[in-house]
Ligand binder design. Structure first.
Ligand SMILES: Nc1ncnc2c1ncn2[C@@H]1O[C@H](COP(=O)(O)OP(=O)(O)OP(=O)(O)O)[C@@H](O)[C@H]1O
Ligand SMILES: [Mg+2]
Length: 273
C-alpha cells in the first residue's frame, strides 16, 4: 500500500541560489550476502546550475554508482545529497521517482530504445507513462526531436537509424520532461569519433541555450574536454577536480572533421523507412 502521508506531495521548488547538486560525504556500500562492496567512500562536491561536468576514472571507481544516486535511482548508505537546495537523500521511493520525472533526464551508452517503435514514440514514452494526451505528446516529441537534429526522422525505427541518430533519440527522450539536469553515462561509448563530437555538440548547445546542468561519465579525455570541469574518481573518492583549460568546442571542431558516415548509414537504412 502507498503511504497516505505521501499523497499529493509535490516536489518542493528549488531554493534559489543553491547549487544544482551538492553532495557531502556520500557513501554507497553494496551488500552481496556476506560481502560488502564500498563503491563510494565519501564523495563531496557541488555542481552549479548550468555547469557541464565530466566524470572520469577507472572501471569500478564508482562513476555509475554516483550517477544512480544523483539520478535518484538509489539512496546513499551515508551522507547527504541536496538537489536544487532540497535534501533528497532520505526521501521515499515514490518521491524519488517523482523528482526523477520532474528534474532529471538520463542517457546511457546502449541507447535503451524500444525496437520496432518509431523515434517519435520512443521520445514520447515518458509522457505516455505520465498520462499526457496524444496531441500534446506528438507536439512535444516532435519539438525535442527537432532540437537534437532529427526533424524528418520521426517515423524511423531504431534499426533504420545510425548509432548517432539512435543516441539523439535517447537524448530527445531524456529531454521530453524538460529536466534541469541531464545525466549521461558513457553516451559516446558505442560511437565513432565524429559521431561522438556530434553528440557533444548537442550537449554543449543544450547546456548553453537551456542552461541544462550536465554530468557526463566518460573514459575518454578527449570527450571530457568538452565539459567545463573534470572530476576524476578513484576507489570511490574524488581524486581530482579541475576546470578544463582550453575547452573543446564541438561546433568549431565538427567542420574540420570531414564528411559524416551518417549519410552512408542513412543510405544503407533507407529501404523500409
Ligand atoms: N548493484 C551492485 N551490487 C554490488 N556491487 C556493485 C553494484 N553496482 C556496482 N557494484 C560495485 O561497485 C563498484 C563501483 O561500480 P560502478 O559501476 O559504480 O563503477 P564504474 O566507475 O561505473 O565502472 P565502469 O567504468 O566499468 O562503468 C564496483 O566494484 C562494482 O563491482
Ligand atoms: Mg559505469
Amino acid at each position: 500500500m502507498q503511504d497516505p502521508a505521501h499523497h499529493g506531495v509535490v516536489v518542493e521548488p528549488s531554493v534559489p541560489g543553491s547549487p544544482a547538486i551538492e553532495v557531502r560525504d556520500l557513501h554507497k556500500t553494496y551488500k552481496l550476502g556476506e560481502i560488502q562492496v564500498h563503491a563510494l567512500r565519501g564523495i563531496s562536491l557541488a555542481v552549479e546550475a548550468g555547469e557541464f561536468v565530466a566524470i572520469m576514472g577507472m572501471s569500478g571507481s564508482g562513476k555509475s554508482t554516483f550517477m544512480n544516486l544523483i539520478g535518484c535511482l538509489d539512496r546513499p548508505t551515508r551522507g547527504t545529497y541536496c538537489l536544487d537546495g532540497r535534501d533528497v537523500s532520505r526521501v521515499s521511493k515514490r518521491d524519488r521517482s517523482r523528482i526523477r520525472n520532474q528534474k532529471i533526464g538520463f542517457v546511457f551508452q546502449g541507447f535503451n530504445l524500444l525496437p520496432r517503435t518509431s523515434a517519435l514514440e520512443n521520445a514520447e514514452l515518458p509522457l505516455l507513462y505520465a498520462g499526457v494526451g496524444r496531441k500534446q505528446r506528438i507536439e512535444r516529441a516532435s519539438e525535442v526531436l527537432r532540437a537534437v537534429g532529427l526533424a524528418g526522422r520521426e517515423r524511423h525505427h531504431p534499426s533504420q537509424l545510425s548509432g548517432g541518430q539512435q543516441q539523439r533519440v535517447a537524448i530527445a527522450r531524456a529531454l521530453i520532461n524538460n529536466p534541469s539536469i541531464l545525466l549521461a553515462d558513457e553516451p559516446t561509448g558505442n560511437l565513432d569519433s565524429r559521431t561522438s563530437v556530434e553528440i557533444m555538440e548537442i550537449f554543449q548547445r543544450l547546456n548553453q541555450e537551456r542552461r541544462l546542468t550536465i554530468l557526463l561519465v566518460t573514459h575518454e579525455e578527449d570527450i571530457a574536454r568538452y565539459a567545463h570541469r573534470m572530476v576524476t574518481f578513484r576507489d570511490g573518492r574524488v581524486q581530482r577536480d579541475t576546470p578544463v583549460a582550453d575547452r573543446s568546442l564541438a561546433a568549431r571542431i565538427l567542420p574540420t572533421l570531414g564528411a559524416a558516415d551518417v549519410e552512408a548509414a542513412e543510405e544503407e537504412n533507407h529501404e523500409g523507412a
